[in-house]
Each structure stands twice: as structure tokens, then as C-alpha cells.
Design a protein. Structure first.
Length: 253
């Protein structure tokens, strides 16, 4: 039945189409619009729209969901780039902004606020007034994947967006990556950009030099409920990583 509904909506030409309307300008704006309008991966297109149109949580039943690739956001002059895995079903796929509207979002934003990188300690919706300073937030893949598991082909299809963002962040000094999959994605991007293999092992709290990019790579468990609710990652642990990153960034002042 669900598949039939999706096919019916597709035939009528009323499936979800979005365009970037955020504050980024110039090449950054053009890149984000390419992200938002991407339909390269049929499985992800179907799933992100299925969750947005037909599988809303009861408390969000009357809320219009984004249901498209979610753009990156933040300070284009940032020295820190954060790379998560993908939009969350009830977070970014609903709100249209990465790390916004769910428990993972507020967990991360609290640490960013403590580090002086945001103007508030929560990330609830796209018009909540959140502003990022010296940090830019992206993801390994910009569409919601089933079971949080993008395929290798889907990751490869999305990789060029992250590569372009890294090249546009001219002041970049640090990259913080959440989780094994995003860590591999970033390393693949680094290899593409430098023609040098990047084979670092993911370790929570790890710190790795990327000399060809004049950047340092940091690694953390993802602030997902499965990690934060079990105590695998707590606020103090994430704050410690941000303290390390901020010390590294400030060494260039």
C-alpha cells in the first residue's frame, strides 16, 4: 500500500522538492542548493519521503516535514568542521537542519555552547535563532538512510559534496567526525583531495594529523541515543574533546 501511494504521488509530480533558502552566499549557497535538490540515490529518495509523508510520529502528525536532502550550515569562516553520519528521522529529516530537533541535536549543541561556538544551548527548529561561530556542520550523507546504514554506493555518491565543503572552508584547522562510517567517509575524501591514502583507525578521542590539508582530524562516538542513553558517550566526555579541539584551534591565534 505504501509503495503504491509513493508511486501515485510520483506520477502526479507532487513528491517533495526543496530549494536552499539559508543564509550562506556565493559558492557555499550554490553547493547547498545542489545538495538539497539531489535525487541521485533512489532508495534514499523513497525512504526520506516515506518517513516525511506517511510515517510521522504522532506528536508531529500535523507538522510539515522537510523530507529532502538536508543542507549543511554554519560559519563559512569556520576553523572547525563537524561531520555527522546522516539526518535523523525525527530531527533533520523533519526540521530541515542538521542536528536539529532531536536528542542528539541538543546533546551536541550543549557542548558547542560550552565551547563558545553557539549563541544558545539547544537546537529545536530551523527558526529558533541558533547561530554558529567558527564551526560548520555537515554530514557523511545528506539523506536519511534506512536503519542509519547508507550503502557504499550511496556514500560514494554523496562524497563530492563533503569534498567541496572542505575546499571552501579556507580557514579550516580541525575536523571532528562522529562515528565509524563518517570517519571512513572523511578519510576517503582526504585521499581524493590529496592523492595520499588516509588509513587512520577510529578511536573515540583520537587525534590525527592531515598535513597535506594543514588540518587535524578528531574522532568521537556519535551523540546518538544508543550511545548517550547507555553512557558510552556522556556530556563530560564530549566536552573534553571540544576542549582539546579548541586548544588546538587557538594555538593558531
Amino acid at each position: 500500500m505504501l509503495s503504491s501511494l509513493l508511486s501515485f504521488y510520483s506520477i502526479l509530480g507532487i513528491m517533495i522538492t526543496r530549494f536552499y533558502e539559508g543564509p550562506l552566499t556565493g559558492a557555499n549557497k550554490e553547493l547547498q542548493n545542489r545538495i538539497v535538490t539531489c535525487k541521485a540515490c533512489p532508495r534514499l529518495v523513497k525512504y526520506r519521503e516515506q518517513k516525511a509523508l506517511f510515517e510521522k510520529k504522532p506528536r508531529f502528525a500535523n507538522v510539515e516535514h522537510w523530507g529532502a536532502p538536508v543542507p549543511s550550515h554554519g560559519d563559512p569562516q569556520a576553523r572547525l568542521l563537524i561531520v555527522g553520519l546522516a539526518p535523523g528521522a525525527d530531527g533533520a529529516n523533519r526540521t530541515g537542519r542538521l542536528f536539529t530537533g532531536d536528542s542528539s541535536s541538543n546533546f551536541l549543541i550543549k557542548s558547542l555552547y560550552s565551547a563558545g561556538l553557539t549563541n544558545k544551548d539547544s537546537s529545536e527548529h530551523i527558526s529558533d535563532g541558533l547561530a554558529l561561530h567558527d564551526v560548520f556542520i555537515s554530514s557523511a550523507i545528506h539523506c536519511l538512510p534506512p536503519n542509519d546504514k547508507p550503502t557504499p554506493t550511496e556514500l560514494s555518491s554523496c562524497k563530492h559534496f563533503l569534498s567541496s565543503e572542505i575546499q571552501l572552508l579556507a580557514r579550516l584547522k580541525a575536523i571532528l567526525v562522529f562515528g565509524h562510517i563518517a570517519f571512513r567517509q572523511v578519510q576517503n575524501v582526504v585521499t581524493d583531495l590529496t592523492n595520499e591514502p588516509s588509513r587512520h583507525k577510529f578511536i573515540h578521542g583520537g587525534q590525527y594529523q592531515l598535513p597535506s590539508l594543514k588540518t587535524t582530524l578528531f574522532a568521537s562516538y556519535h551523540p546518538s541515543p544508543r550511545n548517550t542513553n547507555t553512557g558510552k558517550l556522556d556530556q563530560t566526555s564530549l566536552d573534553t574533546i571540544f576542549n582539546k579541539i579548541m586548544g588546538h584551534i587557538r594555538s593558531f591565534d
